[in-house]
Design a binder for this molecule. Structure first.
Ligand SMILES: CC(C)(COP(=O)(O)OP(=O)(O)OC[C@H]1O[C@@H](n2cnc3c(N)ncnc32)[C@H](O)[C@@H]1OP(=O)(O)O)[C@@H](O)C(=O)NCCC(=O)NCCS
Length: 184
């Protein structure tokens, strides 16, 4: 994949196993910042431990079913740039409410708080769509918590519509996600 320039400071590139530790830190921090206020401490701790660690992200970055796209600041003085966002696509799984022509899942989509509302999410989504088409996917689908209204508004702006619901368990709490879909 060619790196895609984002206005003008960021590059979107594929993640590699060398990114595992920074991706684990970024994912856990962003999840906590977004959802801690609406979940118990116990459920958050259990979920974070099950989803984010350098070993888990290392395995994901090596998994051929996953595409992980990172939005990173340019390197400074030889140090690699800080993560500002990331997206993960997962082939080969869809709930019953998603038509099975050839869907691909947008499994994760996070932008760091200082970069929200500034166009980075749009640029990352454009790259997600480009990579989804490389898989010959016909539809892009995702699950988003019913209470995450900002994300739902963003996805609607990107052309997604709600087609159903699914359960996503955070810790011991079974939560309802909206399943949203757009054609590619
Ligand atoms: C979801 C996310 C990627 C969207 O990126 P973003 O840069 O924040 O998106 P935008 O600002 O372009 O769009 C969000 C829209 O929601 C609106 N919005 C903000 N807060 C809102 C709220 N509480 N309820 C409804 N709409 C809201 C914004 O006004 C904006 O609409 P506008 O452009 O018409 O003004 C980003 O917010 C994020 O990473 N959040 C934390 C992690 C997360 O929730 N990921 C999604 C998991 S499914």
């Amino acid at each position: 994949m060619n790196s895609a320039q984002v206005a003008p400071a960021f590059v979107i590139r594929r993640g590699t196993p060398a990114d595992a530790a920074s991706l684990a830190e970024f994912g856990a921090r962003t999840f906590r910042e977004t959802f801690a206020a609406d979940n118990t401490v116990e459920d958050m701790a259990k979920h974070l431990a099950s989803a984010w660690s350098p070993a888990l992200q290392d395995a994901e970055l090596r998994d051929p079913r996953l595409d992980t796209l990172l939005a990173v600041a340019p390197p400074v003085n030889g140090h690699s740039g800080a993560l500002a966002g990331f997206a993960q696509l997962r082939a080969g799984h869809a709930p019953a409410c998603v038509p099975t022509r050839k869907p691909i899942e947008l499994k994760r989509f996070y932008v760091d708080r200082p970069w929200q509302g500034r166009g980075l999410a749009r640029a990352l989504m454009a790259e997600v769509e480009r990579v989804a088409r490389l898989h010959d996917a016909c539809e892009l689908w995702l699950g988003v918590w019913e209470r995450n209204e900002r994300a739902q508004a963003f996805y609607r702006k990107c052309g997604f519509d709600k087609v159903g619901t699914q359960i996503f368990v955070v810790g011991d709490d079974p939560q309802t996600d909206h399943v949203m879909l757009r054609n590619l």
